[in-house]
Design a binder for this molecule. Structure first.
Ligand code: HEM
Length: 242
């Protein structure tokens, strides 16, 4: 008597069903997530170029755009649509290990547990890069971030050095991110770029669509991020009591 192997290799994993039986189109990434994503794609080379060309006023303005986008993305990670929320995709090491072992269980809508790690790393490094830029100043003190007055000269100088280093670490993670996208395209035959452009994806009809967040909430977040950015750009003044 032959004992069937468990799990039976002839039965596809749920994650594979997703690839084999697309049946309906859902909204995977909402517009705010896509705008933030593609803006960062454009901003990274532009920020590098502006520094390289010595256009530090341009670097400052683009840096503020990055700051506003980052503030909005953090807000959207709590207030946004299902697939934009940190709680929906940031998973513990056990979920990552299960995913790597191919026992993920349900089809993944949005970031898979491993992809989520790279998203968190990218957002963290970007936030760090922006924060360091805000307190950094150049060697001759001619150009300084708006919060450089919060720290002494040595700390500001150190922030500039780290601002230079973190940029290359960030580039390394961008490289990993691109390699993963290529792997999914060539090996798994899954196009991850298309949904990040259109927002839409074909999935089995059994998959519950993600709940899109209301526009009102996105506008509130945009207004909040802009206001905080303008305040920081002005040197984060506190009203004086006297
Ligand atoms: C994602 C956002 C940013 C990226 C990718 C970025 C990128 C860079 C790069 C690659 C450099 C050259 C570092 C070096 O090797 O010395 C630089 C320098 C600098 N950045 Fe940024 N930056 C960002 C945001 C900001 C922000 C928000 C500010 C402040 C407004 C800022 C202020 C500066 C300053 C003061 C320098 C030093 C310039 C010099 O030494 O001549 N950066 N940035």
């Amino acid at each position: 008597v032959s004992v069937p192997e468990f799990p039976d290799p002839s039965i596809p994993l749920a994650a594979e069903v997703e690839l084999e039986a697309p049946a309906t189109t859902i909204l995977l990434w909402d517009l705010p997530v896509r705008i933030v994503h593609w803006s960062f794609v454009l901003l990274l080379p532009a920020l590098w170029w502006s520094w390289q060309a010595g256009l530090m006023e341009v670097h400052r303005l683009l840096g503020y755009a990055a700051l506003a986008l980052m503030l909005f993305r953090l807000y959207w990670g709590f207030a946004g649509s299902d697939t934009a929320r940190f709680a929906s995709f940031v998973k513990g090491p056990r979920a990552v290990a299960r995913y790597l072992a191919g026992r993920a269980g349900e089809p993944v809508l949005g970031h898979n547990p491993l992809g989520a790690l790279s998203v968190v790393a990218l957002l963290f490094l970007l936030a760090l890069q922006i924060g360091l830029g805000l307190v950094a100043q150049d060697v001759d003190g001619l150009f300084a971030g708006p919060l450089a007055h919060w720290v002494d000269y040595e700390t500001s100088e150190l922030a500039r050095a780290w601002h230079g280093t973190i940029f290359y670490v960030l580039l390394g993670f961008v490289g990993l991110h691109l390699a993963a996208i290529l792997f999914y395209l060539l090996v798994r035959r899954t196009n991850l770029v298309g949904p990040m452009v259109t927002g839409r994806k074909r999935v089995p009809s059994c998959v519950a669509p993600s709940e899109p967040a209301p526009w009102r909430r996105a506008l509130m977040g945009a207004a909040f991020s802009l206001a905080v950015t303008v305040w920081i750009a002005a040197g984060a003044p506190f009203p004086s009591v006297d």
